[in-house]
Design a protein around this ligand. Structure first.
Ligand SMILES: Cc1cc2nc3c(=O)[nH]c(=O)nc-3n(C[C@H](O)[C@H](O)[C@H](O)COP(=O)(O)OP(=O)(O)OC[C@H]3O[C@@H](n4cnc5c(N)ncnc54)[C@H](O)[C@@H]3O)c2cc1C
Length: 206
């Protein structure tokens, strides 16, 4: 079996490494100064400054396998790039490759309606919004979705969600405008068919 990187990946690795050397490692102190301050939950200025440079360098949205929107890499091709980005805590966001946005964008690409794509996916792909994924709950072992207790109930033209979530990364970011919320829509169905996920605008009424 050939485990060597493809020419495309070798070239991207070189460009990514050069970007890390030129812009990311020399600016890490600024990132730590921000995250050690009272402003830690606010957008990090040096990240915002470097995002347009990464975009201009074609090092943007490297995730998204089998999609017209991303760099067209398979997961196998993307992994060695993650290895490089993972060397700095601020790198992934600069390349618009940070969780939970990556997984959420992938869900929107594959299952979102045209309206949802327009409202959430496009600005996420542009790095203008952030998003959250709300699955984990304090009362249950949340690595197993069948344990999730939150409910999603349809009420006329609306949905009513009831449940307590925690560890929802990025929910405190002022740019976070949407969460993918996991809950049970049908507790009487077979064990693995009870759950659904629903998009929740962060300003939905409580
Ligand atoms: C930095 C960070 C960011 C996070 N961001 C998010 C987020 O954005 N959204 C979100 O929803 N959650 C988030 N989480 C929560 C995280 O995903 C959960 O902690 C994780 O899913 C595990 O759930 P749990 O803590 O309930 O552990 P448990 O489900 O209790 O699991 C604990 C351990 O037991 C093992 N285990 C569990 N059940 C079984 C079983 N039946 N058999 C054998 N082994 C088992 C698990 O593999 C694990 O090793 C985040 C956590 C961290 C640390």
């Amino acid at each position: 079996m050939d485990f060597d990187y493809t020419p495309k990946v070798k070239e991207l690795r070189q460009r990514l490494t050069a970007f890390m050397d030129e812009y990311i490692y020399p600016n890490e102190l600024l990132y730590y100064q921000h995250t050690d301050s009272k402003e830690r939950w606010q957008p990090v200025p040096i990240i915002e400054e470097l995002k347009p440079k990464a975009k201009a360098a074609g090092l943007w949205n490297l995730f998204l396998p089998e999609s017209e929107y991303g760099a067209g890499l398979t997961n196998l091709e993307y992994a060695p790039l993650c290895e490089i980005m993972g060397r700095s805590p601020m790198a992934a966001e600069i390349f618009n490759c940070s969780a939970p946005d990556t997984g959420n964008m992938e869900v929107l690409v594959r299952y979102g309606s045209e309206e949802q794509k327009e409202r959430w996916l496009k600005p996420l792909l542009a790095g203008e919004l952030r998003s959250a994924f709300a699955m984990t709950e304090p009362e249950v072992a949340s690595s197993d979705a069948t344990n999730i207790q939150a409910s999603i109930r349809r009420d006329g033209a609306e949905y009513v969600l009831n449940g307590l979530k925690w560890w929802t990364s990025g929910a405190g970011d002022p740019r976070c405008k949407v969460a993918i919320f996991m809950g049970k829509t049908n507790p009487d169905a077979p064990r693995h068919q009870q759950q659904s996920m629903i998009l929740v605008p962060m300003d939905a009424p409580v």
